[in-house]
Design a protein around this ligand. Structure first.
Ligand code: ACO
Length: 431
């Protein structure tokens, strides 16, 4: 095999520049263009960053062609089968699987931080009752910097660590309270005798008037949903967290920016949009009509839960999610669910259809997650908040990695300007 070139040569306008190349531990080589502007007086143009590595990272690797997702090298399907959410949190944050003692210590630290500052309760009450829970989450998480001053100094590694633990611990409480507020029920405080997923379910579904026992199969399914969403390298919301944090903004403000980005239907909002689409299709016989719309260039409709910027094969998380959907619906006795039938048939047809095959459009993680969450009793408006609370560990791990990186700089892209050139101001009466 020929040696990899140490440099790439770029020729333009009769000139040529030698650019250094870097090899990752896995994946395609990278042309280092950092000196391009200084030495060549040109920029690169890459809207959507389809060919741009924005940072170095050791946390998560995706092989989009093979449909593989690795956290610190461990495949997601092995983690989904053998691990659990808080262990994956430890792995993402610290780089290695914990020993039994390390895990116990980590779980204790997270568990001890699940309560919110009591004053935050009044902050929730300032929202309209019909506010979307994501709107509440963006506001409340941003406001955390006003409540936890002692963990906003990003130059102090200990404060960064405390902020990370606080965020992972408190996000389920924030998401559950956003839900409780929207349905007019009293807030349920965290119960530290329960595990992370069961505690979240309890805060969402318990009421003071009745006992609520968390079904272990449901809490396992919840834990798995959290695990499958924990991190996904430099996706839009994670890149937003990094960009916001690159200016030195505190971690709570940076994560609030990530939550805002996640909300969109092309990203985390797709799970809500997907279930709404499946319900709109309604019955299996209407699927061809929607497939035809998805293929029609003049129709903006897209099959929600299909396609991915990186995966050009099955999203490995979708496979695990599909298994979980079958388990949860069987447990709840809703195997005959019409929406699940539509989902399965839609998936079957799309996977055989030339349009989807040629464009390599496969189901993504959002395709089945909504069906499970709905069967568990969550309204569609809670799907994206659950994604947000699960992704918090990924955001904060990536943020911590960035802050500790000696090469870190404020994120500041350039542009391909196509507007007017310099021109003189025209007095209003002369326009
Ligand atoms: N339905 C129909 N056609 C699609 C779909 C879809 N879901 N997704 C992509 N395409 C088509 C596009 O029309 C385009 O066709 P063209 O080449 O003829 O113009 C081609 O496939 C490539 O699509 P792009 O939008 O250029 O791909 P990109 O990588 O920018 O988008 C995205 C990826 C946003 C996820 C897209 O596939 C999509 O909108 N999917 C539906 C929303 C969704 O499920 N999002 C969740 C993503 S996963 C996550 O965030 C957890």
């Amino acid at each position: 095999m020929a040696d990899k070139p140490a440099t790439a040569t770029l020729s333009f306008g009769g000139r040529s520049l030698e650019l250094p190349m870097q090899s990752p531990s896995v994946g395609p080589d990278v042309i280092d263009i950092r000196k391009l502007y200084a030495e060549g007086d040109i920029f690169t143009y890459d809207p959507g960053y389809t060919s741009t590595a924005s940072c170095m990272s050791t946390i998560t690797y995706i092989d989009g062609d093979r449909g593989e997702l690795l956290h610190r090298g461990y495949p997601i399907d092995q983690l989904a089968q053998k691990s659990h959410f808080l262990e994956v949190c430890y792995l993402l944050l610290y780089g290695e699987l914990p020993t039994a003692g390390q895990l116990e210590d980590f779980e204790t630290r997270v568990t001890r931080h699940t309560m919110l500052h009591e004053q935050m309760l009044y902050f929730f009450r300032g929202f309209r009752r019909d506010a979307h829970p994501m709107a509440i989450m963006v506001g409340v998480v941003g406001a955390m910097s006003a409540f936890y001053h002692d963990s906003t100094d990003i130059a102090d590694p200990w404060q960064r660590e405390v902020a990370a633990i606080r965020m992972i611990a408190k996000m389920p409480t924030i998401a559950a309270w956003a839900y409780k507020y929207s349905i007019g029920q009293p807030f349920v405080y965290p119960k530290n005798s329960l595990d992370y997923a069961a505690n979240f379910l309890n805060m969402c579904f318990a009421v003071p008037a009745e006992d609520y026992v968390v079904d272990p199969i449901l809490s396992k399914a919840m834990d798995r949903i959290m695990m499958l969403h924990a991190d996904h390298e430099q996706n839009a919301s994670t890149s937003t967290v990094r960009l916001a944090g690159s200016s030195g903004a505190n971690p709570f403000a940076s994560i609030a920016a990530g939550i805002a980005c996640l909300w969109g239907p092309a990203h985390g909002g797709a799970n809500q949009a997907c279930l709404e689409m499946l319900r709109e299709i309604g019955t299996v016989d209407r699927i061809p009509e929607y497939i035809a719309r998805a293929k029609d260039k003049d129709d903006p409709f897209r099959l929600m839960g299909f396609g991915h910027r990186v995966y050009k094969n099955f999203d490995p998380r979708a496979k695990v999610m599909k298994e979980s959907a079958d388990e949860v619906l069987a447990l709840l006795g809703v195997e005959d669910n019409e929406t699940l039938k539509v989902a399965k048939e839609l998936e079957r047809i799309a996977l055989e259809d030339d349009f989807f095959v040629e464009k390599k459009l496969y189901p993504n993680v959002d395709f089945y997650s909504g069906i499970i969450l709905n069967a568990m009793g969550f309204p569609t408006s809670m799907f994206t908040p659950i994604f947000a609370l699960s992704r918090t560990v990924g955001w904060i791990s990536q943020w911590k990695e960035m802050i500790a990186d000696p090469q870190q700089k404020i994120g500041r892209p350039r542009q391909l300007y196509t507007g007017a050139g310099r021109r003189d101001y025209i007095e209003v009466e002369d326009r």
